[in-house]
Design a protein. Structure first.
Length: 370
């Protein structure tokens, strides 16, 4: 198990930012604070996964499995596009192995609950959003360790990557299946309670991130900024932007409607930072984590800010076009309804007796008699 591993002696030999994220490990060595953070991260992850399960309806899941576009987009976005983006950014910025592992872990994570909330604010397809989040979480059980193994090959000669706990990653992912399954069961039997739990999980996401920022800042103290280089901040800014752009491009290739494109965009760029934080905290010993623990929190901060700008731009410039599209659909429905009513009237009046048709009346009895 990785928890018994010794800190790598060569942790500072990876690149120009070497040791930058490994710093601060002494502060994380405080056992009481470290255990407290582990409990908080574990609880937050369980609540998040429970809320995700409560948002899934079995009927919608069956429909998506019969036409698995959402599952395919989740697969391409979360386990093809985002891991590749994380890998390329780590190479471009010449990160050392500690920083690279943090970036790769975040890039290989499934979608997060933030995308569900943001999809509502941009009039997205909520069914598609929930199915993509749920399916990427289930696919992560097998694909996340695989992606980590593939993309960590560049740093395989470093001690940290040799200690990369793929088994512990799979175990952490597997443990999320229980709260997801429980949430699906609650949705099936108690829909009102499920709606409440979904709201609680979204609020817990925000509260947990704030608490983690405060506790981490307290543990690392004023040296926090010195331990995180500018290149890591740059990646935390660029990675979600690349995800949003690639997601929108994927949906465009699949010729999806504008509201579905917005949904796929947000789903691709929003990662499950609670899961990434839990893996870093629960599978690596504190002396290895250092300020590497901060990267998913930074990513959460910038992905939220950029998604907020996305929503703001949509509210200012895109809302009118969405209303026009909706009105157009309603007008088409009204027209078809009027045509249907006219056809019904014509069918009812067909064959009625009028004074102009008295000749046909005289003929019909003769035909009947015959």
């Amino acid at each position: 198990m990785a928890g018994t591993a010794q800190p790598p002696a060569a942790a500072g030999g990876g690149g120009p930012d070497s040791g930058s994220l490994a710093g601060g490990g002494e502060a994380f060595g405080d056992r009481s604070l470290s255990q407290g953070l582990s409990v908080l991260v574990g609880l937050a992850l369980c609540v998040t996964m429970l809320g995700l399960g409560c948002a899934v309806e079995l009927g919608q899941l069956g429909q998506q499995l019969r036409r698995p576009v959402g599952v395919l987009l989740a697969l391409l976005g979360q386990f093809v596009a985002m891991p590749l983006v994380a890998f390329l950014l780590a190479l471009v910025f010449a990160l050392d192995e500690v920083a690279a592992v943090a970036v790769l872990l975040c890039g290989c994570c499934p979608g997060g609950n933030l995308s569900n909330l943001m999809s509502v604010l941009v009039d997205g397809d909520m069914n598609l959003s929930i199915i993509m989040t749920a399916s990427s979480t289930l696919l992560a059980l097998f694909l996340m360790p695989l992606c980590l193994w593939v993309y960590s090959r560049h740093w395989i000669n470093t001690t940290l990557v040799q200690l990369l706990p793929l088994g512990a990653v799979s175990l952490t992912l597997g443990s999320t299946l229980l709260p997801i399954g429980l949430g699906v069961l609650i949705r099936y039997r108690h829909p009102r309670a499920a709606d409440l739990l979904v709201k609680i999980s979204l609020w817990s996401l925000l509260v947990t991130l704030v608490i983690l920022f405060i506790l981490t800042g307290t543990m690392l103290g004023p040296d926090l900024m010195a331990h995180i280089p500018a290149s890591v901040y740059a990646i935390a800014v660029l990675m979600p932007l690349a995800g949003y752009a690639l997601g929108y491009g994927l949906a465009t290739v699949f010729k999806m409607s504008p509201h579905c494109r917005r949904t796929v965009s947000l789903e691709t760029g929003c990662q499950n930072v609670q899961l990434c934080t839990a893996i870093l905290k629960l599978t690596f010993p504190p002396e290895l984590i250092g300020s590497m623990y901060m990267f998913p929190l930074l990513y959460a901060l910038f992905q939220s800010a950029e998604a907020g700008l996305f929503v703001l731009v949509y509210k200012m410039y895109g809302r009118d076009s969405y209303k026009q599209d909706t009105l157009g659909e309603e007008e088409d429905t009204d027209i078809s309804y009027k045509k249907l009513k006219e056809e019904e009237v014509a069918d009812t009046s067909y064959g009625t007796v009028t004074t102009e048709e008295h000749n046909s009346i005289q003929v019909e009895p003769m035909q009947t008699a015959l």
